[in-house]
Design a binder for this molecule. Structure first.
Ligand SMILES: [Zn+2]
Ligand SMILES: [Zn+2]
Length: 259
């Protein structure tokens, strides 16, 4: 039961091309998922491209494949003061699932390379604390089926010296995820970033196992060749840390599946 829930057909390839959800690109992603023996794939382009989403094409491709389950999703950029706006968007389109991701602390787009320098201008503890407070709000908002790259704040490998400090900060987040039964993805794209490891870190996965938080897989592929990347290693972690449940999302309804 391997589904890649986090993919970006819209921003495909490295080259400067006009981004779009055309049928060829959507098919490339679906074909690659099939070639990698995945049982499913979700299209989850960024919410800030919503005006350019092509739901006709998404639905057409979703219905064109019988031997693989395709899903229509979206990765929201979560801001605590935009919950109403997000709620309206979710109600207005035929989504199977939603991913809530925190890429901003206030106005600071911390994962963007252009603003990386700000990490060295702040107290790192405060940065982690502020980040996890926002993720906690996303977890309890009731808006999202999946929380994306749970510890994205480590992207540039600015880490708290004491792991215990991060565990203290993330524990309330994990408790909210467990209470609301929100899934966390193992996002394999962290391996391609300066931090060079999956999101979330092993010590967080261990706590997730203890709290029986559901887990899903996501490559965060921005090109078809990365669909399903490093899922074998992610599955090993699922076993190692005693993660027992995944979820399948259809029309914003979640169904539990044992791993
Ligand atoms: Zn993201
Ligand atoms: Zn993404």
């Amino acid at each position: 039961m391997q589904i890649d829930w986090h993919t970006h057909p819209f921003a495909h390839g490295e080259e400067e091309v006009e981004p779009c959800q055309n049928k060829n690109i959507l098919s490339e992603f679906a074909d690659r998922a099939k070639a990698n023996s995945l049982s499913g794939l979700g299209f989850s382009d960024h919410s800030y491209y919503l005006d350019s989403f092509d739901f006709d094409n998404l639905i057409y491709i979703k219905n064109s494949y019988q031997d693989i389950s395709l899903k229509i999703g979206i990765e929201f950029d979560y801001f605590p003061d935009r919950e109403e706006e997000i709620r309206k968007i979710i109600a207005s389109y035929p989504f199977d699932y939603t991913i809530g991701s925190v890429h901003h602390i206030g106005e600071w787009n911390f994962d963007h390379p252009d603003y990386k320098f700000k990490f060295s201008q702040k107290y790192l503890y405060d940065v982690y604390r502020d980040y996890y407070r926002i993720v906690e709000k996303a977890a309890e908002s009731g808006l999202f089926n999946i929380v994306g790259h749970l510890d994205l704040i480590k992207i540039y490998n600015y880490r708290l010296a004491d792991k215990k400090q991060e565990l203290e900060l993330i524990t309330p987040v994990l408790e909210k995820l467990a209470q609301n039964d929100v899934a966390v993805e193992i996002n394999t794209n962290g391996l391609n970033k300066p931090v060079r490891e999956f999101y979330p870190s092993d010590y967080i996965l261990e706590l997730m196992g203890e709290l029986d938080i559901p887990v899903v897989l996501g490559s965060d592929a921005h090109s078809a060749d990365r669909v399903g990347e490093n899922f074998a290693a992610a599955l090993e972690k699922i076993q190692k840390f005693g993660l027992k449940r995944t979820k399948i999302f259809t029309g914003l309804k979640a169904r539990d599946v044992l791993l």
